[in-house]
Design a protein around this ligand. Structure first.
Ligand SMILES: [Fe+2]
Length: 253
């Protein structure tokens, strides 16, 4: 992963949560040391594994205390550059266990951040939990308030939502799951990049998503670690036209 980042030099690395296995201070310090080696800006958010599962009192009283103390005090960072606004969202909370929760207060804040952003800037949301069920897991529930989040992101012109709870990759448009003829939001769920906990078709595999943004289109590449070549290779490539919101809220894909 470090070699890939150094070779390709992205503007931003987004880490969509589960930085540790059991939310232990030493595990967070290890994660911090790793992230400090990344030579470009990093936007990281917590996942459910970053909340203690068995330390029940800590889980309820200060579920992300160890994250704040040992990894980052900022649970919901925001990255701004002239052509890009990336907004972190903490969807991992002490009471929701493995499921995620898009809290109404954060959705309101995101709405305000998006309204202030330049129209031409790419708008990306980074969270741990999923807004749609992964393919082949159709009966699995989505995170709490997922529908409200999709409504907001679609109406506010969000281009991409990055997440990574399911240990397997899937990339698609919100309109495939919630077809209402609205502004499509591309949902790019990452597999596990650094752990051995890949699932389904990614059992034992490591993957990540590489995203290239251009003025009128963007590409999401799903990269899969290929041991025989000792590097990531492209497993699939997804090209999307940039959908811009016209005044009055009409979509113009
Ligand atoms: Fe997770």
């Amino acid at each position: 992963m470090l070699e890939l980042i150094e070779r390709r030099g992205p503007d931003l690395v987004a880490l969509s949560g589960d930085l540790t296995q059991r939310a232990k201070p030493a595990q967070f310090r290890q994660a911090r040391q790793f992230v400090d080696r990344i030579p470009v800006p990093v936007l990281a958010v917590p996942g459910n594994h970053d909340v203690p599962l068995y330390r029940v009192w800590e889980r309820l009283a200060r579920p992300l205390g160890a994250y704040r103390a040992n990894f980052s005090p900022d649970l919901e960072p925001v990255h701004r550059q002239p052509d890009l606004l990336a907004i972190g969202v903490n969807t991992a909370h002490g009471l929701t266990f493995t499921g995620g929760w898009w809290r109404a207060r954060r959705l309101r804040e995101i709405g305000e951040l998006l309204a202030e952003a330049p129209a031409a800037a790419y708008k990306i949301v980074v969270a741990h939990h999923h807004l749609v069920p992964p393919r082949r897991f159709d009966l699995q529930s989505v995170s709490r308030n997922a529908h409200a989040a999709i409504e907001l992101f679609s109406s506010a012109g969000v281009d991409l939502v990055l997440s990574g709870h399911h240990h397997q990759s899937y990339i698609g448009s919100s309109e495939e799951y919630y077809p209402r003829g609205r502004h499509p939001v591309v949902l790019a769920h990452s597999g596990t990049t650094t752990s051995s906990r890949g699932r389904a078709s990614e059992t034992g595999a490591n993957s990540c998503n590489w995203i290239e943004l251009a003025a009128d289109r963007f590409v999401v590449e799903n990269l899969r670690w290929t041991p025989a070549l000792d590097r990531f290779t492209v497993a699939s490539r997804h090209l999307y036209p940039r959908a811009t919101l016209e005044p009055g809220g009409l979509d113009n894909p």
